[in-house]
Design a protein. Structure first.
Length: 578
């Protein structure tokens, strides 16, 4: 249901019994923490005066059993808390992944890595860390201090004073370290993002002699992150060291005050030792919270970021499944504003494509061709007007289902880590081998792929290492053909192709038309529109002309005769190849 996981808190729905279990186990763990002071009380006040070895053995056996039980409870609550975090992460993983993907599509900041999954992991780590138990253990501090009061009021007052000092230290730690820790995280993400860009563009950087300059820039970001991390770490370490040292001093002070009270006969030696142990136990959760505060800060930031991410990218409604559409594409008066921009890239565009037709979209750079490709594939939605496939608006289709009907070749072809076959098969775990080969043959890439070291099983990387631009483009074209799509949207499909690749592309377009598909081609070069029946000329985001290819070119292209001649040559070559 839409909105079910639009708030990360919904991931914990139904986990109340687990949190109750952690609270119950924490209750008994903290009760059993009293066995140490009680043991010392019995040893000093009962065993030593009586010199009874039997009592000593019985108490020791009892204490050993109780400690073992306490350890079992502590281990159990740790396992439960870890699984709470794991379950929440498992419930949110898919939702956050989809939100990150949609944010990358709908934001001009898509070039920057999203921290959504890292934010979710930070919350999961907090839930599985000992810092969480400090939250359950802190309410027991008053109980332990009250027990100290039963030994002597002076010890109780000293314990309260020491506890207030540590609480003040905790609050100061929160206020003074929050900003440096956030800055450290932000700087680290910037450095990691720049390093990843350098890794992906390593060949270009080396070819242009940019290694020194990018290293200096990365080092600057790295030093900034390191400085912020050290600053935050120093502050946290300072507060943590002070709290630990002060706790040790406070325990010794309790022993000193207790010894003075023992000398004056106002309490026993056993109560003196027990009071020191109880105080240490009362203040331990506060010290633990101070030491683990960076984890808390990161989780709080992650939680806020997750909430903002999920609220800004709500889940889509469940769509009624539509039958496989015919290759009928209609754009009616569409106006498109790119994400987070105030100026329209396309205005009042109106055209159509029918089965067996190829439409060539031409225009100068930045005229809106790539924007139109994103709209036709459903990546971006028009602000007004409609794009319809066989009468249904694109938003009426489930995005994954719509993607199976559309063969899209983007201007910048990206391959993923996997084999050539897996990339053609749209990264399916077990792609249909026959469909993969068929798609490669349609794209004219079969022979080229067979020439690779391992053929279709040749591994490739996200950077497309060891593959030329033309090879990547032909593999991308084969991926567009995979799954027998209805519509083909090809953005500058011949930008990296040689003559042979161009001929193969024209033959592939001709075959797609023969199969009744509709083809839309964004092109700069005349060779790219050799198989086009219709032409759409875009100028500044506005349709300058739309109609049959030769009529439009003759009316709007100055060197029409030269262009027509080159188109005729490419058409003849494609026919000869077919």
């Amino acid at each position: 249901m839409r909105g079910e996981l639009d708030n990360p808190g919904a991931a914990f729905r139904g986990m109340t019994p687990l949190f109750v279990s952690v609270a119950v186990f924490s209750f008994f763990v903290n009760v059993l923490q009293l066995i140490g002071p009680l043991y010392m009380l019995q040893i000093y006040d009962r065993v030593i005066p009586s010199r009874s070895e039997e009592t000593l053995v019985a108490l020791t056996v009892l204490i050993a059993a109780l400690y073992a039980f306490m350890g079992l409870l502590d281990y159990s609550r740790s396992r439960i808390a870890s699984r709470i975090g794991a379950m929440a992460q498992s419930r949110l993983d898919g939702r956050v992944f989809n939100a990150v993907l949609r944010r990358s599509v709908l934001s001009t900041e898509r070039s920057k890595p999203s921290s959504g999954l890292r934010d979710l992991e930070s919350v999961q780590k907090l839930l599985g860390s000992p810092v969480l138990f400090a939250i359950f253990d802190m309410p027991w501090a008053p109980v332990y201090i009250l027990a100290i009061f039963t030994f002597h009021p002076y010890l109780g007052y000293l314990s309260i004073a020491g506890g207030l000092v540590l609480v003040a230290v905790t609050l100061l730690n929160q206020m003074l370290t929050r900003k440096p820790e956030l800055e450290a995280v932000r700087s680290s993400l910037q450095g990691d993002a720049f390093a990843e860009t350098i890794r992906q563009q390593g060949e270009m950087i080396q070819a242009l002699g940019m290694r020194g300059t990018v290293l200096a820039r990365w080092q600057k970001l790295r030093d900034k992150a390191l400085s912020a991390t050290l600053s935050a770490g120093d502050k946290v370490s300072g507060f943590s060291t002070f709290s630990k040292t002060f706790r040790f001093f406070l325990q010794s002070s309790v022993l000193g005050l207790g010894a003075w009270l023992v000398i004056h006969g106002e309490m026993s030696a056993g109560a003196m030792i027990a009071g020191s142990i109880l105080l240490g136990r009362a203040l331990a959760p506060i010290e633990q919270a101070i030491g683990g505060w960076p984890l808390v800060t990161r989780a709080r930031q992650g939680w806020a970021s997750l909430k903002a991410l999920l609220e800004s990218t709500p889940e889509t409604d469940q769509r009624t499944a539509l039958p496989r559409p015919r290759a009928i594409f209609d754009c009616s008066q569409i106006t498109v504003f790119p994400p987070e921009q105030q100026r329209a890239s396309l205005r009042m565009l109106d055209f159509h494509v029918r089965p067996g037709q190829a439409l060539g979209v031409i225009g100068a750079s930045a005229s809106g061709k790539s924007t139109l490709a994103r709209v036709l594939t459903g990546i971006w939605r028009p602000a007004s007007g409609a794009v319809r496939l066989d009468g249904a608006a694109l938003e009426h289709y489930d995005p994954d289902v719509l993607g199976s009907y559309i063969g899209y070749l983007p201007q910048d072809v990206v391959l993923f880590d996997g084999t050539v076959a897996e990339n053609i098969g749209r990264m399916q775990e077990h792609p249909d081998a026959e469909a993969v080969v068929a798609a490669a043959k349609k794209a004219g890439a079969h022979e080229m792929i067979l020439g690779l070291p391992q053929g279709y099983d040749t591994p490739v990387s996200a950077g497309g290492a060891r593959l030329s631009g033309g090879q990547k483009q032909r593999i991308g074209l084969a991926r567009a053909f995979y799954g027998d799509p209805v519509i083909m949207v090809l953005d500058e499909p011949n930008s990296n192709l040689d003559a042979t690749g161009q001929d193969a592309l024209n033959a592939a377009i001709a075959q797609a038309k023969a199969e009744g598909k509709a083809v839309v081609i964004m092109a700069h070069r005349p060779a790219g529109i050799a198989e086009c029946d219709m032409i759409l000329i875009i100028d500044g985001g506005v349709a300058k002309a739309f109609g049959p290819r030769d009529e439009v070119l003759k009316a709007h292209v100055r060197n029409y005769a030269q262009v027509a001649g080159r188109i005729g040559e490419n058409t003849a070559q494609a026919g000869a190849q077919a």
